[in-house]
Design a protein around this ligand. Structure first.
Ligand code: C2E
Ligand code: CA
Ligand code: CA
Ligand code: CA
Length: 277
């Protein structure tokens, strides 16, 4: 199938402009990746700021391409979204992350929720049933799954999205708003949407020490989250200065290279075992 896909592309390429043929090649490759199990999930720890304990892990997809090596998500997720392939890829991510988390629990590692990123197109009416099936099949408790959505996800069709989010919440899982502060949405959705946590975007965290505005925004988001009874997590924490600032300002959770990079399953298992022991 791989050879055939490549030949088809070669055949069509001459009369297509490069943008179209690049997209077609990407599409063919992504389909093959899905069929041939070329996607991998990496896991990055989330820590409590109070005591440094591990309180979760975020699943982050990578594509181990035979031609290009390890491809980061920003280079293929947008194509997958355009082509509608994000739905089957996202289903694979959910199944794999839930199954993996159950395996860690069965191996006696600490019980922590695994967080999965959702693209806008995945948040449709059939998602709650799908998630419910995945939880049943994996045997994972709903409280051990967290879904990360972006602000833009819910702005497309607000009424339908609210209904879907409520159906997901009824399953018993956690929902957090990713990249908080970078989207177009108004704050009013925070009252209407059943979310449990806000993730402060790493662009604000990065500039905490050198930009007074970023520092002020981070403080304001922490206060806002707490007023609304939401947990707040800072992503992209890379050094002690950022860590100290977030701790001082009562942020709840942190995630970033300073504490642990996204790791392949074997590495994360070892990391978690060492931390737990
Ligand atoms: P995101 O959800 O905001 O994930 C955080 C990104 O920041 C990840 O990049 C992570 O590796 C990176 N990161 C973590 N700690 C640090 C740090 O201390 N400093 C810096 N500079 N970066 C840090 P990654 O893995 O390349 O993922 C990029 C984006 O791709 C994600 O952003 C998410 O929007 C998307 N993505 C990843 N996996 C999936 C998936 O399974 N499904 C969907 N739909 N999107 C995904
Ligand atoms: Ca995320
Ligand atoms: Ca983010
Ligand atoms: Ca993002």
């Amino acid at each position: 199938a791989k050879e055939q896909g490549r030949n088809n592309f070669q055949f069509f390429a001459p009369w297509m402009d490069t943008q179209v043929s690049n997209r077609l090649e990407m599409l063919i490759n992504l389909r093959r990746a899905l069929d041939q199990d070329e996607f991998k999930l990496y896991y990055q720890p989330k820590l409590s700021l109070k005591d440094g304990s591990v309180i979760g892990a975020e699943a982050l997809i990578r594509w181990q391409s035979p031609e290009q090596g390890m491809v980061p998500p920003d280079r293929f997720i947008p194509f997958a979204e355009d082509a509608g392939l994000i739905v089957p890829i996202g289903e694979w991510v959910l199944r794999t992350a839930c199954h993996q988390n159950k395996c860690w629990q069965q191996a006696g590692l600490p019980t922590i929720p695994v967080a999965v990123n959702l693209s806008p197109r995945q948040l449709n009416q059939s998602l709650p049933d799908f998630v419910s099936d995945v939880l049943a099949q994996s045997g994972l408790a709903p409280s051990c799954l967290e879904l990360e959505i972006t602000e833009n996800v819910v702005m497309k069709d607000a009424e339908k999205s609210v209904a879907t989010l409520h159906a997901l919440k009824r399953l018993g899982l956690q929902i957090s708003v990713d990249d908080f502060g970078t989207g177009y949405s108004s704050l009013s959705y925070l009252r209407r949407f059943p979310v449990d946590a806000l993730k402060i975007d790493k662009s604000f965290v990065r500039d905490i020490a050198r930009d007074a505005d970023s520092a002020a925004i981070v403080k304001a988001v922490i206060s806002l989250a707490h007023i609304l009874n939401l947990r707040v997590i800072a992503e992209g924490v890379e050094d002690e200065e950022q860590h100290a600032f977030l701790k001082e300002n009562a942020c709840d959770e942190v995630q970033g290279y300073y504490f642990g990079k996204p790791m392949a399953v074997a590495d994360f298992t070892e990391w978690l075992t060492r931390r737990a022991g």
